[in-house]
Design a protein around this ligand. Structure first.
Ligand code: C5P
Length: 211
């Protein structure tokens, strides 16, 4: 299959040196891309700024902010049969990005922000027969939020994890996830490496594509 994966945070710049972002390191998305490539799929990885090596056999597209990620993902969608949105897209961006570094003395104590587009919701009308997979990083029991996002974002599968646990979520090599599909009972996987979570996810996509 041809699979498009997004990973990492986005950075929403205030000026050339300052930005709003989040704790994502890109590990889960890179692991999903590596797992897909390992299975012989053709993988394109759209990633925000991360400090990770590109997995073998994966085509990488680097972006910085949410709008660039939306455009790269939109462009990639046409040639792909599945989209795995593992990126932690920043929800907000500063209203203004200055072209030169703002002097400390000239900075205001308030940053005006505006919402970023939701990439999955924006691309939903173009979904067609493609498999769409999203992630839900929650604190506490993720089930209710995961189900809401599954339907609201028109996904086939959502991978939910509790980011308040020390061995799951941001900046660790392992993850504890539950897979919520539309037409099946949720499946909670044991504590796994992110690569193993990626493998489970790719196996699910392969199964879905055959049906
Ligand atoms: O709504 P929330 O950010 O929790 O949803 C997470 C899922 O939505 C992830 O798959 C993420 O990649 C995707 N997302 C998106 N565009 C955004 C924010 C999140 O596609 N602006």
């Amino acid at each position: 299959m041809k699979i498009l994966v997004t990973a990492g945070p986005t950075r929403e710049h205030l000026d050339p040196v300052r930005f709003l972002s989040n704790r994502s390191t890109g590990r889960m998305g890179f692991a999903a891309a590596a797992a897909a490539a390992e299975r012989g799929h053709e993988v394109t990885l759209v990633t925000g700024p991360v400090a990770l090596d590109t997995p073998a056999g994966v085509r990488r597209v680097d972006v910085v902010n949410a709008r660039e990620m939306l455009e790269a993902t939109r462009r990639g969608l046409a040639g792909n049969e599945a989209l795995v949105m593992a990126a932690a897209v920043a929800d907000w961006r500063p209203k203004v990005c200055e072209a030169v570094k703002v002097k400390k003395s000239a900075m205001l104590p308030v940053i005006e922000i505006e919402p970023n587009p939701d990439i999955l919701k924006t691309l939903l009308p173009l979904k067609g027969e493609r498999v769409f997979v999203g992630f839900a990083a929650e604190t506490g029991d993720p089930a209710a939020e995961a189900r809401r996002k599954l339907y609201e974002k028109g996904l086939d599968l959502i991978v939910a994890n509790d980011v308040s646990l020390p061995d799951a979520g941001f900046a660790v090599e392992t993850n504890r996830v539950t897979l919520f599909g539309r037409d099946a009972e949720p499946v909670t996987l044991p504590l796994l490496s992110k690569l193993e979570v990626g493998r489970a996810l790719i196996a699910w996509i392969e199964g879905k594509a055959k049906r």
